[in-house]
Design a protein around this ligand. Structure first.
Ligand code: C2O
Ligand code: CU
Length: 448
């Protein structure tokens, strides 16, 4: 937990984006990772309604910024270089100041050169407290992120045309909270809160729990009517809070990622001799004050997440990812960074923001909107809208409860409907597979 202090009533943190060095695996060569504070992936815990200030210094050799993912900040604090602020150039500082309006599990990361900056470690968890009616018997962050590191300890390429033109480039070392096997003791026979945050640039996980019963209590930080967790798919940037009933002393439970044929244990929790106070149900969470969209007047707009216009894009969209020939074709076609993804056939240019495109939609502040997100590709895309917490109404290929979220997974050929009340500003709207951002699947909406 990075140090903070109260300055004239404001909770203040000093962050400096810089390179540190440490071995990631026992006995391996040191890796030059990037972080805001000494140590990997800082975890901030702040209170809802408490003014927050974060001074960001930049000791990297390239510009950076911090985006507060999922927090309904004023537009000027949203951390998007060239859109909401000047880039924080090497040697410069920028001060973020806002008061988190909602409690829950959030995270933060730069909003430029993302595959590289996040891939090297620039990210952290932001827990905003204040949503509990009574405390849980433990509160356990589970921050999921892979690393791509060679035998020499150096990062392997974090962007590859081959990955970018498909589901993304995967890491070769998995981790939770920066360690490869995350274990922890928990009080027995109680209820613990587990905050899962998938902050990986690429990986989609499917979370389940074995050895205990678990309820979903929040999605992307937003309280839901608790429901039993069977399994829940989480793309990059998505969060899930669970209430897990812990077993008898000495017994253990596991939080598991089922997405791959080979299961990966995200957290191994063992009940110790501390017996939690008797309580039949987990504590309730207090819902956040999210503006409720009016579906009877909501203005409908639709967005197709697909390939860029032109023959290359249309061809890429038509390829079958399971056909071995596809890989060979894409390797040839997509060599070198270029844009091949798009929203409504418009690609975000990969030219260092020399030419900012016009907004992809213009909305009126305070009005309700219903967006249909349509996936025209054979890959899943976690779609994120900045500055808003959206009501997820339906998904055409899955049964999901109506819930609030800032990032929704849209599976191949699926249609997902979301609704929200527009807040003023220019807000980025993009896929959160970081290589898909860099190859065009991004735009912004202008709300005035
Ligand atoms: Cu975490 Cu623009 O996103
Ligand atoms: Cu994507």
């Amino acid at each position: 937990m990075p140090a903070s202090r109260i300055e004239a009533g404001v909770r203040t943190f000093d962050f400096t984006a810089q390179e540190f060095s440490s071995p990631f695996v026992d006995g391996a060569r040191p890796t030059p990772f990037w972080s805001y504070v000494p140590g990997l992936l800082p975890l901030m815990r702040v209170r809802r309604g408490e003014p927050l200030r974060v001074r960001l210094g930049n000791r990297l050799s390239e510009h950076t910024s911090i985006h507060w993912h999922g927090i309904r900040v004023p537009n000027a604090m949203d951390g998007v270089p060239f859109i909401t602020q000047k880039p924080v150039y090497a040697g410069e500082t920028f001060t973020y100041e806002f008061t988190p309006p909602d409690a829950g599990t959030f995270f933060f990361h730069p909003h430029c050169n993302e595959a590289d900056q996040v891939g090297r470690g620039l990210a952290g968890l932001l827990i905003v407290t204040g949503d509990e009616t009574e405390p849980f018997d433990d509160d356990i962050p589970v921050v999921v992120k892979d690393w791509r590191i060679g035998d020499d300890g150096q990062f392997l390429p974090l962007y590859t045309p081959k990955g970018a033109s498909r589901a993304g480039t995967f890491g070769n070392i998995r981790s939770v909270n920066g360690v490869s096997q995350y274990r922890r003791n928990v009080p027995a026979q109680g209820h613990v809160r587990v905050r899962i945050a998938n902050i990986d640039p690429t990986r989609i996980i499917e979370v389940g729990v074995e050895g205990a019963s678990a309820q979903v209590i929040a999605i992307d930080g937003n309280a839901v009517e608790p429901f039993h967790l069977d399994s829940w798919r989480m793309g990059p940037a998505m969060r899930l809070d669970l209430a897990i009933a812990t077993p008898k002393p000495g017994e253990s439970l596991r939080v598991i990622d089922y997405a791959q044929a080979e299961l990966y244990t995200l957290a191994h929790l063992t009940a110790d001799d501390r017996i939690a106070p008797a309580r039949r149900n987990p504590p309730r969470l207090i819902p956040s004050p999210i503006p409720e969209p009016d579906l009877s007047t909501a203005i409908a707009q639709s967005f197709v997440f697909g390939a860029s216009s032109g023959p290359l894009g249309e061809y890429i969209e038509s390829l079958d990812p399971n056909d071995p020939l596809t890989a060979i074709i894409l390797d040839t076609l997509c060599a070198g960074p270029q844009t091949f993804w798009a929203i409504n056939r418009r690609s975000w240019p990969n030219d260092g923001h020399r030419n900012l495109p016009p907004p992809i939609a213009r909305l009126s502040a305070g009005k309700s909107y219903k967006f249909t997100l349509q996936n025209a590709t054979p890959h899943s895309h976690p779609i994120h809208l900045h500055g808003h917490t959206c009501k997820v109404l339906s998904a055409s290929k899955r049964t999901i409860p109506v819930h609030y979220a800032d990032t929704v997974l849209v599976t191949p050929k699926e249609r997902v409907e979301i609704a929200f009340v527009a807040a003023p500003g220019d807000w980025m709207f993009h896929c959160h597979i970081l290589e898909h951002i860099e190859t065009g699947m991004m735009g912004y909406i202008r709300v005035a």
